[in-house]
Design a protein around this ligand. Structure first.
Ligand SMILES: [Zn+2]
Length: 274
């Protein structure tokens, strides 16, 4: 059963990977492994041509990461810029109830912030702090939508150790495979593979973490609120392809819809399903 679920997850990521720019990424990874193993037997000219092809293919998907890195750098810089944005603590009885429903005994701190570098809710699991942009709260003021958003963020706190363990396992797998490949081919191919595969695995683990938080929020509060939030975000953004860290909204909606169909996402008394 577990193997089947794991296979489904794997197949899912492969499918998604080929749908986006990551298709190039996966091609480069495959190019490292399959022809890369034979590259040592090729004449020098063919070796150089092969390395050039792998590098070219590998650099394109890495470029798509730059957008993420830029956003992170801007956020980090804004912390040191001295400019203080209004940040206020958000508390309510519903927040406490939501935290307890996702299985947290201690309620994480929730802040609403006006910092324009924070454009979607995020959680620092080390400090158990959730930041939500003011405009998100303005957009989703009803507890029927706002609490499932917090439920998702609280779930990141709840499953932080699971996520850290998965990140660790992913890096261990990357390292082992890279070492095996290094013994079979030229060093550069193994190194390119290592970097690309690590980037890919971090993305896969992050997506998995997001799906899990959606699921936990839906289990605690019903899937309806999150579906409605994601539908609205999708409508606003037009074509939404997901990001390095977050799966496409459509996939998240589809998974939540399945819970709706099966009735697996539990519904809070008096709330949610009409
Ligand atoms: Zn999340």
């Amino acid at each position: 059963m577990a193997a089947q679920a794991l296979w489904r997850e794997f197949e899912y990521h492969i499918r998604i990977a080929f749908r986006h720019l990551q298709m190039l990424h996966v091609s480069a990874i495959i190019l490292c492994i399959v022809p890369g193993v034979f590259v040592v037997h090729l004449p020098a000219f063919a070796q150089s041509a092969f390395l050039f092809a792998v590098l070219a293919l590998a650099s394109l998907p890495v470029l798509s990461l730059l957008g993420n890195l830029k956003a992170m750098a801007q956020l980090a810089l804004s912390a040191f810029s001295g400019r203080r944005y209004r940040t206020e603590r958000y508390t309510s009885e519903e927040v406490d109830v939501t935290a307890h429903k996702v299985g947290l005994k201690k309620v994480p701190k929730v802040f609403l912030t006006e910092n324009p570098q924070i454009f979607s809710p995020f959680t620092l699991t080390f400090t158990r702090t959730v930041y939500v942009p003011q405009n998100w709260h303005a957009k989703f003021p009803s507890p029927r939508e706002f609490m499932p958003i917090l439920g998702h963020e609280f779930s990141h706190v709840k499953s932080k150790w699971k996520n850290r363990l998965e990140v660790f396992a992913a890096f261990a797998l990357v390292l082992v495979l890279a070492v095996i490949l290094a013994l079979q081919t030229v060093m550069l191919v193994a190194q390119i593979f290592e970097v690309l595969f690590a980037i890919y695995m971090v993305s896969a683990v992050s997506w998995r973490n997001e799906f899990r938080a959606d699921r936990k929020s839906a289990d605690a509060l019903g899937p309806e609120g999150l579906i409605s939030v994601f539908e609205q975000l999708k409508a606003e953004s037009g074509s939404e392809e997901g990001s390095y860290t977050h799966p496409p909204l459509e996939d998240r909606i589809n998974r939540l819809m399945k819970l709706l169909d099966t009735g697996k996402g539990k519904c809070p008394p008096g709330g949610g399903r009409a």
